[in-house]
Design a protein around this ligand. Structure first.
Ligand SMILES: [Cu+2]
Length: 117
């Protein structure tokens, strides 16, 4: 019983020390787009299938990144409200295509992501 607990602790420690695990925490997503009050800082980004994007709200107002109506359901996403100075959840894109999005609270804020194979 005792030795199996030691093994378990060892496995948990080893997993925590793997470089991949820590690197993942530093870099929350493959791409970051900033939400500014009135626009996204990068309106058009190109990424690869399997990569992830998060939005950081650098403005003073709440924003969202929400795919436009009619977006292919495999590419559709919605960060929901992202408060000032906060990160959105991480969205991973698993299919090639183009997705246009906007801020639900400020319709003039528009962006586009092209996902390449
Ligand atoms: Cu907004």
């Amino acid at each position: 019983m005792r030795s199996s607990i030691k093994v378990l602790v060892g496995v948990v420690l080893a997993a925590a020390l793997l470089p991949g695990a820590t690197a993942n925490q530093d870099k929350k997503a493959d791409h970051t787009v900033k939400m500014l009050d009135g626009k996204f800082d990068k309106m058009d980004i190109k990424i690869k299938v399997g990569q992830s994007v998060l939005w950081h709200n650098d403005g003073d107002k709440t924003h969202t990144a929400t795919s436009d109506d009619g977006t292919d359901k495999d590419l559709a996403f919605d960060t929901k409200d992202v408060d000032p100075k906060k990160d959105s959840k991480v969205i991973t894109f698993k299919k090639a295509g183009t997705v246009s999005y906007h801020c639900n609270l400020h319709k003039q804020m528009k962006g586009r992501i092209t996902i390449e194979k």
